[in-house]
Design a protein around this ligand. Structure first.
Ligand SMILES: NC(=O)c1ccc[n+]([C@@H]2O[C@H](COP(=O)([O-])OP(=O)(O)OC[C@H]3O[C@@H](n4cnc5c(N)ncnc54)[C@H](OP(=O)(O)O)[C@@H]3O)[C@@H](O)[C@H]2O)c1
Length: 279
C-alpha cells in the first residue's frame, strides 16, 4: 500500500518511519507540505497517488494554543478540512489522529467513543473541529483518539523527566491528573491493525490501563534505574495556561477492538529503544 504521511517528522511520524513496515511510505512535513495549503495537498495526491493518507500533523503545543488560537485552528481544524475534502473527492481513506483532550475530564470512568465531547482548552477545541471536518468530508475515515503520546524522537514528558533527573535528586510530579501514556511504536502497530480491519469510524487507542504523571515518571525511573526521588504533588502546584482534563482515560467499545499493550509495557519498550538511541 502507498501511504502518504503528513506531519511525518513529529513523534508519531518518526515512529511510523521506524515501525511501520511492509508499505511504501511517502513522508512529508512542513515546509514542503503544509496540510492547510490546498494546492500543495492536491499536488501531493496527484503526484503520489496514495492508497491512504495518514495525517500525523498537528499543532501540539497545548499551552501555546491558548495564546495562538488562530495558528492552532489553522493546523488542527483547517488542515484536516483540506485533507478530508481532497481525499474524500478522490475516495482515498484518511487516518486522522485526535486526542483525549476533546473531553472535559469530569467523568469518573473511562471515556468511550460514544461519550460526549466537551473540550476545556483551545487545543482540545481545535482538535475537535478537525474531527468534525474529517467526518463531514471523507466517509472513509479512521479518526483515532490517542493520549499522552511519547517516543524516543521529539519533545515529550518522559524525555523531559530524564533530562531533569540528570541534575536533580528530587522531582515533584503531578499526581491528580489521570490518563493513558501511549508509546508511539505501540500506536503504530495498532493503526496498522485498524487499517487492515478496514472498518471506518472513530476509535480510542491509547496505552491500556491508567496512571498519573507521577505514576508515569515513577515507572520510567524504575525501568531506567534512576535514583532521583519522584514526589507526588497536586496540579495546582504547576499552574499552566491551558486547563487539562483531570481524568481523560480512554477505552474502546468498538468491535473488533484494537487494544494496545499496557502503558507499563510502553515504558519498558521505550526505555529499551531509548537506551539504544542514546548509545
Ligand atoms: N503528543 C501528545 O501527547 C498527543 C496526545 C494525544 C493526541 N496527539 C495527537 O497525535 C498526533 C501526533 O502527535 P505528535 O506528538 O506526533 O505531534 P508532534 O510531535 O508535534 O508532530 C506534529 C508534526 O506536524 C508538523 N506540522 C505542524 N504544522 C503542520 C502543517 N501545517 N502541515 C504539516 N505538518 C505540520 C510539526 O512540524 P513542526 O514541529 O515544525 O511544527 C510536526 O513535525 C497529533 O494529531 C496530536 O494531536 C498527541
Amino acid at each position: 500500500m502507498k501511504i502518504l504521511v503528513t506531519g511525518g517528522r513529529g513523534q508519531l511520524g518518526h515512529a511510523i518511519q521506524r515501525h511501520l513496515q511492509g508499505h511504501q511510505l511517502f513522508i512529508t512535513d512542513v515546509p514542503e507540505l503544509s496540510i492547510f495549503d490546498l494546492i500543495s495537498v492536491e499536488k501531493a495526491l496527484h503526484d503520489i497517488q496514495p492508497d491512504l493518507l495518514l495525517n500525523a500533523a498537528a499543532y501540539t503545543n497545548v499551552d501555546g494554543a491558548e495564546s495562538h488560537k488562530e495558528e492552532a485552528f489553522q493546523v488542527n481544524a483547517e488542515g484536516p478540512l483540506v485533507l478530508a475534502k481532497a481525499t474524500g473527492k478522490r475516495k482515498i481513506p484518511l487516518v486522522h489522529l485526535s486526542t483525549d483532550y476533546v473531553f472535559d475530564g469530569t467523568k469518573k470512568t473511562p471515556y468511550t467513543e460514544d461519550d460526549e465531547t466537551h473540550p476545556v482548552s483551545v487545543y482540545g477545541a481545535s482538535k475537535l473541529a478537525g474531527e468534525i471536518a474529517v467526518r463531514d468530508y471523507n466517509p472513509q475515515h479512521f479518526i483515532v483518539r490517542t493520549a499522552w503520546l511519547y517516543y524516543v524522537a521529539g519533545k515529550n514528558f518522559p524525555k523531559t523527566m530524564i533530562e531533569l533527573a540528570k541534575n536533580k535528586s528530587e522531582i515533584r510530579v503531578v499526581n491528580d491528573q489521570f490518563g493513558c501514556p501511549t508509546y508511539a511504536a505501540h500506536l503504530v502497530t495498532g493503526l496498522v491493525e485498524l487499517i487492515t480491519q478496514g472498518i471506518f469510524g472513530t476509535y480510542h487507542m491509547a496505552g491500556s490501563g491508567q496512571t498519573t504523571w507521577f505514576g508515569f515518571a515513577s515507572r520510567l525511573f524504575k525501568e531506567m534505574g534512576l535514583k532521583t526521588i519522584v514526589k507526588p504533588v497536586a496540579g495546582t502546584e504547576f499552574p499552566k495556561p491551558a486547563p487539562r482534563p483531570v481524568y481523560s482515560v480512554l477505552q474502546t467499545i468498538r468491535r473488533p477492538a484494537v487494544v494496545l499493550p499496557s502503558w507499563e509495557e510502553g515504558v519498558r519498550d521505550f526505555v529499551e529503544l531509548f537506551g539504544k538511541h542514546a548509545g
